[in-house]
Design a protein around this ligand. Structure first.
Ligand SMILES: Nc1nc2c(ncn2[C@@H]2O[C@H](COP(=O)(O)OP(=O)(O)OP(=O)(O)O)[C@@H](O)[C@H]2O)c(=O)[nH]1
Ligand SMILES: [Mg+2]
Ligand SMILES: [Zn+2]
Length: 314
């Protein structure tokens, strides 16, 4: 039998830097032959466009969460990658990196990897990495759970906030894990992959029923046909975050503000990261698309309020 293909899980709360980390790693020579499975909550997916290299080995699983609604689908995708590799339909890959949603509990995902017969036979878990954002810390039960289960903790955004108390808390929560400071994904792949610090079979899989809606957190996506006025949008978003900041956990999008490519928007809780211009649109659809992830915010209200605000500004 061929050697098993290693699978690395990259988890971490919404906006904590998972895609940034994976994207940086994919640029590393040692990471060339890597398949990536990206799981996002919203109807509209953004992350796979931001990975450095998008090819047939990049698999997108959207509109659901790997740890609950899409549990069986991960095994299907992993089996599918194997057969497509065997048939020569996709470039060879020597490793699979899975980006979970920011709300995912890694435990049921690990369980799938260890228990599904075909997956277990062909793949081997090589790492559970959790990114933890130094600005937002561990404010939600999901992020605490991720930190407890991970075998390597990557503290991100240490250029924006001090990490000392957070690192101390992480060390108490998960004494077995290695804790790395890696702003903007700057870390050697060898420090993350290829060696589990613990046997994943020791995780506690016997938990109570899993909450499928992650405490009522939902994703809404909206599209805008008209070109967006960036200044007006910035004001609108600031007002939204001021009034509903505790409920809006994540905002991300590709914005059409004119110019050859979109502006990539990244809001994480109360922080709006500096937007980045892409040189070109990933596909023919040049509408602005924005995903909001939060509690008690409804897409229709957001869409009509933004459309009215943008129209007034123009
Ligand atoms: N300043 C700074 N910004 C960072 C760092 N890491 C990530 N970011 C920014 O944080 C924002 C969110 O990063 P992502 O990599 O998309 O986070 P994510 O965990 O993949 O987000 P979701 O998939 O939506 O949960 C982006 O604007 C990144 O540029 C860091 O170390 N320093
Ligand atoms: Mg991401
Ligand atoms: Zn889930």
């Amino acid at each position: 039998m061929d050697a098993k293909t290693p699978v690395a899980l990259v988890t971490g709360f919404l906006g904590s830097g998972k895609t940034t980390l994976i994207s940086q790693l994919l640029g590393h020579p040692a990471m060339g032959e890597t398949a990536v499975i990206v799981n996002e909550l919203g109807e509209v997916a953004i992350d796979h466009h931001l990975l450095r290299r998008v090819d047939e080995r990049t698999v997108l699983m959207k509109s659901g969460c790997l740890c609950c609604t899409l549990r069986g689908d991960l095994a299907d995708e992993l089996r599918d990658l194997l057969s497509r590799r065997e048939r020569g339909e996709i470039p060879k890959f020597k490793r699979v990196v899975v980006e979970t949603t920011g709300l995912a509990d890694p435990t049921p995902i690990v369980y799938t990897l260890l228990s599904e017969p075909v997956v277990r036979h062909h793949y081997e878990l090589e790492a559970i990495v959790a990114t933890v954002d130094a600005v937002n810390g561990l404010r939600f039960p999901e992020s605490v759970k991720q930190a407890v289960v991970a075998d390597t903790l990557v503290v991100t955004k240490t250029d924006l906030a001090g990490a000392r108390p957070l690192e101390e808390r992480l060390a108490r929560l998960n004494p077995a894990a290695e804790i790395l400071d890696a702003r903007s994904g700057d870390v050697e792949p060898g420090r993350l992959f290829g060696h589990m610090q613990r046997d994943p079979r020791d995780l506690d899989f016997a938990e109570g029923p899993h909450e499928h809606d992650h405490g009522g957190v939902r994703a809404f996506s909206l599209f805008l046909d008209e070109e967006l006025d960036w200044t007006a949008f910035g004001i609108w978003l600031t007002m939204l975050l001021q009034s509903r900041g505790e409920d809006v956990l994540r905002v991300k999008g590709l914005l059409n503000v004119g110019g050859p490519g979109p502006l990539v928007l990244n809001g994480v809780q109360h922080v709006i990261h500096p937007p980045v211009h892409l040189d070109e649109w990933p596909d023919d659809d040049h509408r602005s698309r924005i995903v909001f992830i939060g509690r008690g915010v409804t897409g229709e209200v957001l869409a009509s309020s933004l459309a009215a605000f943008n129209a007034a500004a123009r």
